[in-house]
Each structure stands twice: as structure tokens, then as C-alpha cells.
Write a protein that binds this ligand. Structure first.
Ligand code: UD1
Ligand code: UDP
Length: 381
């Protein structure tokens, strides 16, 4: 190992950018590290929109995204691209995040070169390979290949221990998304499309993009939203559309003609944070949004059958409503019409972190490299 610990951070999609940004910033500030950012470019617009907000520039952009890309395409091109990067720039540690195809393919590229892999947001499990698809497999396989595990919660650490990961390799750090959120609070920007809207007008935020929701489940979600909007003409439903046509086309089609549904392109992070804060509640199938909503004490209806983040449901900051239109509508109406119920969410403990996850991850990496004298102890278990 060189004097500095050489760390490359891979980011491919919007949530990876937002959740790795505080860690990249902390690594760049710390003289113990030489940090590089590798963008796979699995996302283009949404990835760079997120990186820009945090002032992070990628050192390398593999630029793999194609219109309506396949999982095979992402996997093979990221594997080859990150592999080429590592061959030209050997690293002491490769940090990957979460559960995307970029995550898994990058971890595999590291593994093939015996470069230690650190997994940020390790140990989340739904225990069902079909939900979320393909993310549950991505995170399981990444955890099989990694050497260092940054678990956001106690439960995610317990999942790893139960799979035989040695305790010495697992660090409970909190989720870096809370670092990103806290850094952004105070820098929010109200989007133009809300400017004309009187303060007190009821606003609800909705996002949906998951692969397993495409088709019928997404239509059910939209049917619930449509019914809600018809019953409450005063309501505004703000829907930032994901760039993936498989999700956005269905939503636009199914909510066509709803005059109180407001569509927008993906909002940049400070705008999205402002909208979360302004909303009465949120309906979303997004992982990151569940975590942020909990920290902001905003009720979130989780538009999924199953969650790898049961902490939100356990402490009651989120309600798992599935994709049945009646259930979604019933829970949404309750949140809209029962103010005391809605406000009770503000008293619930946020389970995903305190904004210091990045600092804990840096400490853990230093500790690990010190203990192993620069050489990862038993590279593979
Ligand atoms: C991906 C991740 C998912 C993550 C989500 C976050 C995989 C398999 N999926 O899903 O885990 O929750 O990102 O948002 O890793 N597109 C654009 N511009 C962009 C981004 C996407 O045009 O900036 C379009 C392209 O046509 C692209 C398509 O969306 O082919 C799908 O992108 P992809 O990354 O394959 O899947 P996501 O649904 O975005
Ligand atoms: N987000 C954003 N703009 C938007 C929608 C979402 O900045 O228009 C942020 C959101 O705050 C969260 C992240 O994007 O931090 C979630 O990304 P996404 O829902 O695409 O992925 P997931 O978390 O489901 O993997």
C-alpha cells in the first residue's frame, strides 16, 4: 500500500450519487486518502444532476447508458469498464453502494482483481429474490464478494452476521443518505412550479419507478392516485417522473386528464428536498425516499408488497401499503383527512441515521487498514 489509502468510489445511478456524495466529500477532505470517483454512467441525466448539487466531478465516466438498456448490457459494460479502470489505476479499496447493477458489476470487477471491496449500505434484505428485482440479488451477491461492510442499521448488520460475515468486517454506520439530506437542508430550493401555489394548499408527492411495479401494479398505484384526486379537487399531486420510459409512460397515461396532477422532470436534489418538506405526505416505491421521509418526519406510504427497510414500518414512519388500489386509497385518505393521525408521524423516531455515517465509514476504513498493516487480512473468507 502507498502512504495514502487509494480509494475509488463507484456511482452509477441517482441514488448512488446522492448517497455516496457525502462520503466522497469526506474522503477528499481527509489527507489519509487519495479518492477517485468512477461514474459508470448507468444513468446519465439523473446521475450528473445529483453529482452537480454536491459539487462532485467524476474522474472517469464509463458512459454506459443506452435507451431502454438491458441488465446484460449494464452488467457487461460496467464489469469491463471498472475492470479497465482498476487495471490502469490499482486501488487499495473499491467502494460500491447499494443494490444497482452498477454495484454488483463493479464489485465483481474488484473481486476479479483481488481489490478489496467495501459495500456501503450493506446487509439490506427483503429475503425474496423477486422483490425488489433485481436489487435483492445485486445486494446479496455484492455482500458475498465484499470485504468491508457498512451497514446502515443494526438490523442490516444482523442480516450479514446471519449469513456468516465476520463481525470484525461489519460496521454499523447509519445511512449516508441522512448525511446528504442534512447537508442539503438549508440549501433547498422551491421549484418554480410550486411558486404560485398558496402556502396552505395541500400537496402530496408521488414517485414510482421499480421494475417489479411495471405494468399492472403501477396501473393500480395510478388508479388509487386518480381516485384520491377526484375526491379531493383541492389537492395537488406532484409527480417527478423518473427518466425510465417503462415507468414514466404508464404514469402519464394512467393519470391523463387529472387536472390536479402536476408532472415534472426529475427534480434536482435541493428542489426535491423542498417538495418533500412542503408535502403533507409522500407516496413512493423508492428506497431513498423512505429513508429521507423518516428523517423529515413526513408520513410515507410505501408502494411495495415487501420492504428491505422494515425499520420504517416497525417504528411507524412508513406504512407498507402494497400496490392494491383500495388499500393505497384508504391509507392516503386517512392521511389527508385525519390531521391528528398525520401529525402523529412527527413523534416517531427516525431509524436510518444521524447524519454522521460518512465519518464513521472513514474511521472504519482507517481502523481496518491499520489493523491489517495495509494488507487486507484474509482477503477472502
Ligand atoms: C436503476 C436501478 C434501480 C434504482 C434506480 C434508481 C438497476 C437494474 N436498476 O433503475 O435499482 O432504484 O436506477 O433510479 O440497477 N434513463 C435516462 N436517463 C437517465 C436515467 C435513465 O434516459 O438519467 C432511461 C434510459 O432509457 C435507460 C432507462 O431509463 O435505459 C433505464 O435505466 P436503468 O438504470 O436500466 O434502470 P432504472 O429503472 O433507472
Ligand atoms: N430524488 C431526486 N429528485 C427526484 C426524485 C428523487 O433528487 O425527482 C432523490 C430522492 O431524494 C432520493 C433518491 O433520489 O435521495 C432516490 O432515487 P430513486 O427513487 O431513483 O432510487 P431508489 O432510492 O429507489 O433506489
Amino acid at each position: 500500500m502507498t502512504e495514502k489509502i487509494k480509494v475509488a468510489c463507484v456511482v452509477g445511478t441517482r441514488p448512488e450519487a446522492i448517497k455516496m456524495a457525502p462520503l466522497v466529500a469526506a474522503l477528499k477532505r481527509d489527507p489519509a486518502f487519495e479518492a477517485r470517483v468512477v461514474a459508470s454512467g448507468q444513468h446519465t441525466d439523473m446521475l450528473f444532476q445529483a453529482l452537480d448539487h454536491f459539487g462532485i466531478e467524476a474522474d472517469v465516466n464509463l458512459d454506459v447508458m443506452k435507451a431502454s438498456q438491458t441488465l446484460d448490457h449494464i452488467t457487461s459494460s460496467v464489469l469491463e469498464g471498472v475492470g479497465r479502470f482498476l487495471d490502469a489505476n490499482p486501488q487499495d479499496l473499491l467502494l460500491v453502494h447499494g443494490d444497482t447493477t452498477t454495484t454488483l458489476a463493479s464489485a465483481l470487477a474488484g473481486f476479479y482483481r483481488k481489490t478489496p471491496v467495501g459495500h456501503v449500505e450493506a446487509g439490506l434484505r427483503s429475503h425474496d429474490l423477486a422483490r425488489p428485482f433485481p436489487e435483492e440479488a445485486n445486494r446479496l451477491l455484492t455482500d458475498r464478494l465484499a470485504q468491508l461492510y457498512f451497514a446502515p442499521t443494526q438490523l442490516s448488520a444482523e442480516n450479514l452476521w446471519a449469513e456468516g460475515v465476520p463481525k470484525s468486517r461489519v460496521f454499523v454506520t447509519g445511512n449516508t443518505v441522512i448525511d446528504a439530506l442534512f447537508w442539503t437542508l438549508g440549501r433547498e430550493k422551491e421549484p418554480d412550479l410550486l411558486r404560485g401555489m398558496p402556502e396552505g394548499d395541500p400537496l402530496v408527492l408521488m414517485t414510482a419507478h421499480r421494475r417489479e411495479s411495471w405494468g399492472e401494479p403501477l396501473k393500480e398505484i395510478c388508479a388509487a392516485a386518480r381516485s384520491l384526486l377526484e375526491k379531493h379537487a383541492e389537492l395537488r399531486l406532484l409527480v417527478p417522473l423518473h427518466k425510465n420510459p417503462a415507468a414514466r409512460n404508464t404514469i402519464q397515461e394512467e393519470l391523463k386528464g387529472c387536472s390536479n396532477a402536476v408532472f415534472t422532470e426529475p427534480l434536482d436534489y435541493p428542489q426535491f428536498v423542498a417538495v418533500m418538506n412542503r408535502s403533507l405526505f409522500i407516496m413512493s416505491d423508492s428506497g431513498g425516499v423512505q429513508e429521507e421521509a423518516s428523517a423529515l418526519k413526513k408520513p410515507v406510504l410505501i408502494l411495495r408488497e415487501l420492504s428491505e427497510r422494515p425499520e420504517a414500518v416497525q417504528v411507524g414512519t412508513g406504512v407498507l401499503v402494497g400496490t392494491d388500489r383500495r388499500r393505497i386509497e384508504k391509507e392516503a385518505l386517512r392521511l389527508l383527512e385525519d390531521r391528528a393521525y398525520r401529525e402523529s408521524f412527527a413523534n416517531r423516531e427516525a431509524p436510518f441515521g444521524d447524519g454522521n455515517a460518512s465519518a464513521r465509514i472513514l474511521d472504519a476504513i482507517k481502523k481496518y487498514f491499520k489493523k491489517s498493516g495495509g494488507v487486507p487480512e484474509s482477503w477472502i473468507k
